[in-house]
Design a protein around this ligand. Sequence first.
Ligand SMILES: O=C(O)[C@@H](CO)OP(=O)(O)O
Ligand SMILES: [Mn+2]
Ligand SMILES: [Mn+2]
Length: 550
Amino acid sequence: MVEALKANPAFSGRKGPVVLVIMDGVGFGKYTEGDAVAAAHTEVLDELMASYPMTKLKAHGIAVGLPSDDDMGNSEVGHNAIGAGRVFAQGAKRVNGAIESGEMFTGETWKKLTENVKKSGGSLHFLGLLSDGNVHSHINHLKAMVARAKEDGVKRVRVHALLDGRDVGETSALDYFDPFADYLASLSDGGFDAKIASGGGRMKITMDRYNADWEMVHRGWQIHVLGEGRQFANAHEAIETLRKETGAIDQDLPPFVIAEGGKAVGTVEDGDSFILFNFRGDRALEITKAFEAGDDFSEFDRVRVPNVEYAGMMEYDGDLHVPKQYLVSPPSIDKTMAEYLAASGVKMFSISETQKFGHVTYFFNGNRSGKFSEELEEYVEIPSDRVPFEERPWMKAAEITDRVIEEIEKGSYRFIKLNYPNGDMVGHTGIYEAVLCSMEALDLSLGRLKKAVEKAGGVMVISADHGNSDDMFEHDKKSGAVKTKANGKPQAKTSHSLNPVPCIVYDPGYKGEYAKELRSGLGISSLAATCIELLGFQAPEDYDTSVFTW
Ligand SMILES: O=C(O)[C@@H](CO)OP(=O)(O)O
Ligand SMILES: [Mn+2]
Ligand SMILES: [Mn+2]
């Protein structure tokens, strides 16, 4: 347990609450064309930026603990950094290290899983996102593991591969699947047999999060485990056929099973070993539960539960210790700001809708699902619509705002944090008009919050975890020109951006306590100290500096 925070002698905070607004996926665009944040009609945000202290914060690459500055930010590393006030080497980096040093393969879990199939004669399965997006997974990790499995004497490998199109180009799947199939073929010989066994779009199967739609996991189970689904001779044929039939972009492609002679090549059987090679937890927890839960599992009918040695790439939940076995230890994110505030007796309120609920709770608290204090903390989840978000780009911004305003008026909480998913969830659809609408819905909510904060004598810090809506078109890396499709329209970009995000301090009670000019050159990890100082405390010494000069 951490110690209580020390009071700040220079500033004891304002009368009302400190409200931290995380506009998920809203940054400052590098290009005018495709910057839907700039293009949308957002009077409130524009006025806040023009009239109140503001700075830009880094939200990608090294500033959030990723391997390099070529890595875009994401919600996990973003909320981890905001909540912990410091930057930790993140999953992507830790897995790289464990593979390079060989530590992964000398660890207990790897040995246990490989020995298991050598003894049983079963298959070693890998499941995960097949791309180099580096948000949930990296294809190079998978390749290294398959090669090592062969070296270690495993005879049969089956890969259940999810199409990405959300962290990489929206129809780039064959750029990964084709060379990967060749790679497996090149490793296969008389004594080693490696094949792709099943697949489908990441937003259609398997990778649901926060219990938003268990049917996704059910569909995944049917094809990966039971081998039941539409059959194809290989992944290339499946992807081409399903694209032609449905017009779906990669993340939404229907599931498929690879079969030979009418029989699925990679069902999961007793005695097999199974590795979920995604390192990020939010979308890994449900499928893991389907494998690990006993008879009390009620989310869907699993039909049969194979007796396998199951491991995740990482420990996905540090509170509940899920999964039971994992290959690489996660970063030990400790002493988060919520823990300090709980130790200091500060009442806290956290809210988002389902799609981002775990972001402001689980990710914010360093990938722990529990509370630090039942008494001091309240978590509220507004159920998300189960629709493609381009059909409802306003999402639940209004409902989240209703509840936050209610709490501001009641005055029970000193620290309120909320996440508006619009910029990110709609940004991922790649549909520009919908993103404009999502930004305008968000802006209406900001306007309502602003009034409530002013009336209560509080402070609002408006920021984001990474960019997305600010970069909706693919650009040529060298010339910066917008890439176009055959019909001359801009090629949509569905992934996050590498852009910085705003940090606006809306403090209507400001009396010159800190310099109006906020510090520059900081990352989003500075938001923790920023909020702690606004609450009237001194930030812990090892926290990254706040945006203030007092
Ligand atoms: O949808 C997700 O899983 C990721 C993108 O892979 O987005 P975010 O980091 O914003 O949650
Ligand atoms: Mn996000
Ligand atoms: Mn996202």
